[in-house]
Ligand binder design. Structure first.
Ligand code: SF4
Length: 350
């Protein structure tokens, strides 16, 4: 059987692996051993599973494939940020980024090949959505960045943001399954409090997160609290207007008691007026929140230009005066197109 025709072994639960061995006349605990190799030890081949006999390894190889990701290309920025071109088993490429800041290392991971949405300021939006990533493909990005952090920063990975390519809530089940593995003692055993899922704001799915009582953090790429402006820059806002988003966030807070982070870029002539600031403050009053004002990184042929220092300062001061925590975020890895909104497979198109 060709590798592409074999079943991905990491789509199996531990129980299913145990059942496989029993059906082959073997002891069930072999399933536990294989599960440990796959998730805790991140084995890339069956050959690596040295506590299994040669025959058993062959049996696994005859039946299954390990669709591991491969880091095709790694670019290191002057500030220590690393952008990875991640090749999937079917040759699609996504990107992930390791961001070292002081004592922390954050992994920014992708959840889809391309994106289902069409934000005008985002490089990924130029690629239509080709497919969702599987839980193991998301997990592998995290494991790879954890290794890079140990090599380059002498410390393990500390935080994860789902802010790479794709809209994570449009790949809901796989994203949640990957987080289950990342937080499980049989995986990386990371605290969910160190994980942030960043969405462009799909109200129905935000409510689902609340119903599912997730323990990780939620961030929303807001960029405008006025429908007429937001629809221009994030056209799906016409389908999911701010009123619905606000209602879903109220629901989130009621169910989880967790505040939300709003990601916000200020652009010249788009959202830099007093009316925009007033609308944001009003939106922020819905539930406890904080605002990250993010530096903008122009993408090619761009009509978007970052707002003036005065406009940004005006946002910061007025948010603070209104009792809303606001942080100014400088982008990292700009020289390698690894900054927010710049992930668009350039490494694979070179
Ligand atoms: S900003 Fe996020 S949701 Fe919008 S197009 Fe880019 S990747 Fe997709």
């Amino acid at each position: 059987m060709k590798n592409s025709e074999k079943k991905d072994i990491r789509a199996l639960t531990k129980e299913q692996l145990r059942d496989f061995f029993v059906s082959e006349g073997e002891k069930a605990f072999r399933g536990n051993q294989v599960y440990e190799w796959l998730w805790q030890k991140s084995a890339h081949t069956f050959e690596d599973m040295t506590n299994l006999s040669k025959e058993l390894r062959q049996k696994l190889d005859d039946n299954f494939a390990i669709n591991h990701i491969n880091i095709d290309k790694q670019q290191r920025s002057k500030d220590g940020t690393i952008k990875n071109a991640v090749k999937l088993h079917d040759d699609f490429v996504v990107e992930s980024v390791m961001i070292p800041v002081q004592s922390r290392t954050t992994a920014c991971v992708s959840s889809q090949v391309g994106c289902s949405l069409d934000c005008k300021f985002c490089a990924t939006a130029k690629l239509k959505r080709l497919r969702n990533l599987n839980p193991d493909e998301i997990y592998d990005q995290v494991v790879a960045i954890d290794k890079q952090s140990r090599i380059y920063n002498n410390r393990p990975l500390s935080n994860i943001v789902f802010m790479g390519m794709g809209e994570p809530l449009m790949n809901y089940n796989n994203v949640l399954k990957s987080i289950e593995k990342i937080t499980s003692p049989e995986g990386l055993h990371m605290s969910p409090r160190r994980i942030t899922v960043s969405t462009s704001g799909v109200p129905k799915m935000i409510k689902k997160l609340a119903d599912d009582q997730v323990k990780f953090n939620l961030a929303v790429s807001l960029h405008s609290a006025r429908n007429e402006v937001r629809t221009q820059i994030m056209p799906f806002n016409a389908r999911f207007p701010l009123e619905d988003l606000r209602e879903s966030l109220e629901y989130w807070y009621e169910k989880t008691n967790k505040r939300v982070t709003y990601e916000y870029i200020v652009w010249k002539g788009i959202n830099d007026t007093q009316q925009d600031i007033d609308a944001l403050i009003d939106f922020c009053n819905a539930i406890p929140c904080k605002v990250n004002i993010i530096e903008y990184n122009p993408i090619d042929e761009d009509q978007f230009v970052q707002g003036s220092d005065t406009a940004i300062a005006s946002y910061m001061t007025q948010l603070e005066n209104a009792g809303i925590t606001a942080t100014l975020r400088h982008s990292r890895g700009k020289d390698i197109d690894a900054a927010c909104g710049q992930l668009a497979n350039k490494s694979s198109l070179d």
